[in-house]
Design a protein around this ligand. Structure first.
Ligand code: FE2
Ligand code: FE2
Length: 256
């Protein structure tokens, strides 16, 4: 069952956190469904492991023809490897992905499946209509992919942050929102130190998101951050040395 992150009369945000990882081999991942009236969008639908249940979950809210947007924060397999099946099952949905990846993601599909159906998000970002409202694609380049976006929903005030704000948890634990970062959740520090590219990028991001009212940061792996954990995370990320800040000649040696 998906978890309801937000609901009003006209608008809902649902999180699926436990789809298709019976063997435990694949990293836990969250997929998000935005419902606005009788239409909707999915954010980072994932790979083939998550497809069937996410598709079924969607059809409880609206028919496949009413899916207007598939939003991909970047082009990793856990983000969008199921693209072929979504293109087949939903006749009118457009895929929104960075212009850097729009000619790469068709490799996930059979020939011709994506023709006329990919909208490249330019580097500065854009506003994406979903029903009566808009989602805002915010630049998140190098967090961690070269062409990377986060999606902010002004109605729920949720920031869907892709691979930023991630922790390493099981599906059931990922449903329990984190309200304080006094103790960092499992895997958060190690993940960001290796997967985020540089502190300069995190500082640019922190400045940008402080302009927004954010009630929740919902990452693609692990539990959402709420309450005090939101400003705590922004401050923590802003001060984190990561990626190329930590890499030097010692990390680039020919293996013996
Ligand atoms: Fe990723
Ligand atoms: Fe990911």
């Amino acid at each position: 069952m998906p978890q309801e992150l937000f609901r009003s009369a006209h608008h809902a945000c649902l999180m699926f956190s436990d789809l298709g990882n019976e063997g435990g081999e694949a990293v836990q991942a969250n997929q998000f469904l935005i419902v606005d009236g009788d239409v909707g969008a999915i954010i980072d639908p994932g790979g083939n492991l998550a497809y069937s249940e996410l598709y079924l979950g969607m059809t409880r809210h609206f028919p496949p023809s009413k899916l207007s947007a598939i939003l991909a924060s970047h082009a990793d397999p856990d983000i969008i490897a199921s693209l072929d099946r979504w293109m087949t099952a939903t006749p009118d949905a457009k895929l929104y992905v960075s212009t850097l990846w729009e000619r790469f993601v068709p490799h996930f599909c059979k020939p011709g499946k994506t023709t006329g159906r990919i909208v490249g998000i330019p580097d500065p970002g854009m506003r994406i209509p979903v029903g009566r409202h808009e989602l805002i694609a915010l630049p998140a380049h190098f967090m961690h992919a070269e062409g990377n976006f986060q999606f902010y929903d002004p109605v729920s005030r949720i920031l869907f942050s892709g691979d930023l704000g991630v922790s390493m948890q099981t599906g059931p634990d990922a449903t329990k929102p984190i309200s304080s970062l006094a103790t960092l959740p499992r895997g958060m520090e190690a993940f960001h130190r290796r997967y985020m590219v540089s502190n300069k990028i995190l500082r640019c991001w922190a400045r940008m998101v402080r302009e927004l009212r954010i009630d929740m940061i919902a990452p693609q792996h692990g539990a959402p951050l709420v309450g005090e954990a939101v400003p705590q995370f922004i401050q923590w990320a802003e001060n984190l040395a990561c990626g190329i800040d930590l890499m030097g000649e010692a990390h680039y040696q020919v293996p013996a």
